[in-house]
Write a protein that binds this ligand. Structure first.
Ligand code: RP5
Length: 168
């Protein structure tokens, strides 16, 4: 969280409870990069580094962060605790786990109490978390909205091109 005078202002924070979550969360980073959205990927653990979690959440608004993507596995309290500490929208990514395949992560993240929501994507759904973050940013940024639309157009065309059916 160090500041550099010429650093690009980060719009989306991508946080994982452990570096073991990074193979999934790097898919969100790749999608954010594709959509031209400045981001950062950090380890912030609800259980191992709770003070870092609080500091990140408390500083996020003044740092210019607009959306937080948080992935965690098992007792996945990171997204919910971030949502408790910041007014920014938090998108939760349930990380697949060895024994329960991420069902534990999903239920830990999605079952938030009324009043403190976390927008939860599918187990391992990091790309969708990034696209959702871009759609939120696109409400205030024409260029981001246009890049999301271009992504969807290209995606639609790939599907149509993979089907050579003249009836449709
Ligand atoms: C969670 O515990 C992390 O989000 C990770 O998914 C899981 C296991 O962490 P490691 O033991 O691999 O560091 O807090």
């Amino acid at each position: 969280m160090s500041k550099s005078r010429n650093a690009v202002r980060v719009s989306v924070g991508v946080l994982g409870g452990s570096t073991s979550d990074f193979p999934i969360l790097e898919k969100a980073v790749a999608m954010l990069n594709e959509l031209g959205i400045p981001n950062e990927l950090l380890v912030v653990s609800a259980h191992r580094t709770p003070d870092r979690l609080f500091a990140y959440a408390e500083q996020a608004v003044e740092r210019g962060i607009q959306v937080i993507i948080a992935g965690a596995g098992g007792a996945a309290h990171l997204p919910g605790m971030l949502a408790a500490k910041t007014p920014l929208p938090v998108i939760g990514v349930p990380i697949p786990t060895e024994h329960l395949r991420g069902l534990d992560s999903l239920l830990s993240i999605v079952q938030m109490p009324r009043g403190i929501p976390v927008a939860t994507v599918a187990i391992g759904g990091a790309e969708n978390a990034a696209i959702l973050a871009a759609q939120i940013l696109g409400l205030q940024s024409t260029s981001i909205r246009q890049r999301v639309e271009a992504f969807r157009t290209a995606q639609r065309q790939r599907v149509l091109d993979s089907q050579d059916d003249a009836r449709l």
